[in-house]
Design a protein around this ligand. Structure first.
Ligand code: AVJ
Length: 315
């Protein structure tokens, strides 16, 4: 198995972090949550009772799989953005009609190698073409050696929700190019619902989400040599009904100066740094988003409570 290794370097990360700390209010990119530990903590989040997203999406994927397999051409090349543990991929590869190749694009090399190893054992007939990369930048896709039908872009988990509308559109446009004129994309979206349920999902009682958020600072201190006082920050996640998104911040409990690459960044006591958005969707808001990217919904599946949706998109 050949790994295409385009993992972000310490310089890439430091550049993004310097830019984010220079903004008002300060912000950090959520993609850097996913080092080896972050990916592990995210898996732990998916097993928390409050985090309904993964549980509901897995059940929905199982229930919709026969219809998905019918709607997607045989011999597909599956390209997944942010593949994580590959639990959903397992279901997809199992259900599709003779998928030929699988290209996961994942920023955490540890998570990528572990998941692709498991999938290679389970699906010996599917060519594994792992790419370690930040999928928000253009990624040269490996070519399957067996002739394939169409490309199926798989983008589950409502990861799309981590992007602001303009960035989400840019990403969807690049997916449209990746899938080609006859391809499809299967996208998972978390739907707007009672804010109490949504806020609980991002504030689990066991504190796993808080640890996941704080791990961002731990990994930056280790990988780019910053000196955030991790113990002085707390996780805060609130739902904005107006913007239909969870807004996650790390709030400095005291005044502190953080140093990075010869520069110094001052935090006031109580200052909040924005670290993640998780947008929720209605059929209307999602339709607007994808239309601007030149895509349309060809099939839609929701769970019985309309908490989470899968959408099959075509150019
Ligand atoms: C990466 C989109 C699956 O935003 O719900 C979970 C990441 N952050 N808890 C999300 C996350 C905090 C997650 N996804």
């Amino acid at each position: 198995m050949i790994l295409t290794d385009l993992q972000p370097t310490a310089d890439d990360i430091a550049g993004d972090v310097l830019a984010g700390l220079s903004m008002t209010p300060k912000r950090l990119p959520s993609k850097y949550f996913y080092d080896a530990r972050g990916s592990q903590l995210f898996e732990q989040i998916t097993r928390q009772p409050e985090y309904y997203l993964t549980r509901v999406e897995l059940a929905l994927l199982d229930a919709s799989m026969p219809a998905i397999a019918t709607a997607v051409a045989a011999h597909a090349h599956v390209v997944e953005y942010g593949s994580g543990s590959g639990r959903k991929t397992h279901r997809l590869l199992e259900g599709l009609d003779d998928p030929v190749a699988y290209t996961p694009i994942e920023i955490s090399k540890t998570a990528l190698l572990a998941s692709v190893g498991r999938l290679a054992d389970a699906f010996p007939g599917v060519e594994m073409l792992p790419v370690c990369a930040d999928f928000t930048h253009p990624v040269p896709l490996p070519q399957p050696s067996r002739g394939t039908g169409h490309t199926l872009v798989f983008f589950p988990g409502s990861t799309l929700g981590n992007f602001l509308a303009e960035d989400a559109k840019r990403l969807l446009r690049s997916m449209r190019v990746t899938m080609g004129p006859r391809g499809r994309a299967l996208v998972g979206i978390d739907l707007d619902k009672d804010p109490v349920l949504i806020e609980a999902a991002y504030n689990d009682a066991a504190g796993v989400t808080a640890e996941f958020t704080l791990n961002l600072l731990v990994r930056l201190n280790r990988d780019i040599g910053s000196d955030f006082d991790v113990s002085a920050f707390v996780h805060r996640a609130t739902y904005s009904r107006e913007r239909m998104r969870i807004e996650t911040h790390l709030v400095s409990q005291r005044a502190q100066d953080v140093h990075l690459a010869g520069r110094s960044f001052h935090f006031d006591a109580g200052e909040a740094m924005q670290v993640e958005y998780s947008h929720k969707y209605t059929d209307h808001s999602f339709a607007t988003l994808i239309a601007d990217a030149g895509l349309r919904v060809v099939e839609r599946w929701n769970d019985p409570q309309d908490w989470f949706g899968l959408r099959l998109l075509a150019p």
